[in-house]
Design a protein around this ligand. Structure first.
Ligand code: UT7
Length: 332
């Protein structure tokens, strides 16, 4: 059976650093509260005029360079995001255009929030396994800063999120390096606990108007405690399935790269998985929660830090709005 591999990977974060101390001046919060409750010290927020596709483009170009292919070799672009440039069309055709791809390849978005990157891997992996496409550009990218209420009213979620992009080229495996498995899940009973409602057809006929904005429906809203409880249950469950399917013991795993939403969530997951702390990757202190961006960004930084190498087995896992959650096992 044809397997897929990550042939190239790249990331990009905005230059503009926003520290917890900067947030103290906007919201009724403190560096101490944010660090103790979340582990976040700073995050990056785009400056005016930078759309999600602008943020994602350098990540795509890095991934393409590393894969050693030309843009003309890309057969499909799939983007995972909740903060596309426009309400529609998706961001994938915008990336296609910005990359200068003039052939009529397929390009579309998926919406699976923080789990999007693993959903993308699963979709891309299927297209490669069936030989439908050869080189697929997968992009996980979000500009969460435009969904935040940056006033004291929004402090509960405003301090958590940052902007960031990651991209990979998925291609047919040529040796042992491959995606070993993916598992994706959803539970729609979680919708009300984490969402950004407007613009949406629920607000017929306009999707958005002054009243909807006054009510804050265009901001991200979450029931943090409920989401926390579900995250620390679902991610270890998904990792367990990945380990069982691939007959893996903890000793076989070089690194777990989990969605970076809260350091306490990552610590609790590591404890549940009986995973030594050093095998749970963390860079949340620098970027906060970048939604679809966290996993590819963390993978890139872990590679730069020499945390895993060719032949090593890494596990990915994520949990987010929907609820959605997922895991993937990869032999690098
Ligand atoms: O990526 C999608 C998935 N999302 C997540 O995984 C997030 C999951 N949830 C969490 O990470 C945590 O629930 C939070 C970090 C969001 C909140 O932590 P918590 O320990 O659950 O705090 P809490 O919401 O229960 O709030 C505790 C207190 C409250 O005050 P009282 O009622 O105890 O007086 C809040 O009003 O902290 C207060 N608070 C804040 N204080 C200072 C809430 N936000 C802030 C803030 N600064 N930014």
């Amino acid at each position: 059976m044809i397997k897929s591999k990550i042939a190239g990977i790249g990331y990009n974060v905005p230059k503009n650093i926003v520290s917890n101390f900067d947030l103290e001046k906007m919201m009724d919060t403190s560096d101490e509260w944010i660090q103790t409750r979340t582990g976040i010290r700073e995050r990056r927020w785009v400056e005016d005029g930078m759309a999600n596709s602008d943020l994602a483009l350098p990540a795509c170009q890095q991934a393409i360079r590393m894969a050693g292919i030309q843009v003309k070799d890309i057969d499909a672009i799939i983007v995972g995001t909740v903060t596309s440039d426009y309400n529609f069309p998706g961001m994938a055709p915008i990336i296609q255009q910005k990359l200068g791809i003039t052939s009529n390849i397929r390009a579309f978005d998926i919406s699976a929030a923080c789990s999007a990157f693993i959903y993308l891997l699963e979709i891309g992996d299927q297209f490669i396994q069936t030989s439908k496409y050869k080189n697929i550009l997968l992009v996980g990218s979000d500009v969460m800063s435009c969904t935040l209420d940056k006033t004291p009213n929004g402090r509960a979620t405003g301090v958590l999120f940052g902007d960031g992009a990651g991209a990979v080229i998925l291609s047919p495996a040529t040796d042992d390096s491959c995606i070993l498995s993916t598992h994706t899940f959803a539970d729609g009973s979680g919708v009300e606990n984490l969402h950004g409602k407007a613009p949406g057809s629920k607000f017929y006929p306009n999707r958005i108007n002054k009243e909807i904005i006054e009510q804050g429906h265009h901001f991200i809203t979450q029931n943090g405690r409920e989401v926390f409880k579900n995250a620390v249950t679902r991610m270890p469950e998904a990792v367990k399935l990945a380990m069982e399917e691939n007959n893996l013991a903890i000793e076989d795993i070089k690194l777990v790269i989990a969605h970076q939403a809260n350091a306490r969530i990552l610590e609790a997951c590591a404890t549940k998985m009986q995973l030594p702390e050093e095998k749970m990757y963390m860079n949340i202190h620098k970027y906060g929660n970048t939604t679809a961006g966290t996993i590819p960004i963390a993978m890139c930084e872990a590679i730069q830090e020499g945390r895993f190498q060719k032949g090593d087995i890494i596990l990915l896992t994520a949990f987010g709005a929907g609820y959605t959650w997922a895991s993937a096992a990869i032999r690098w």
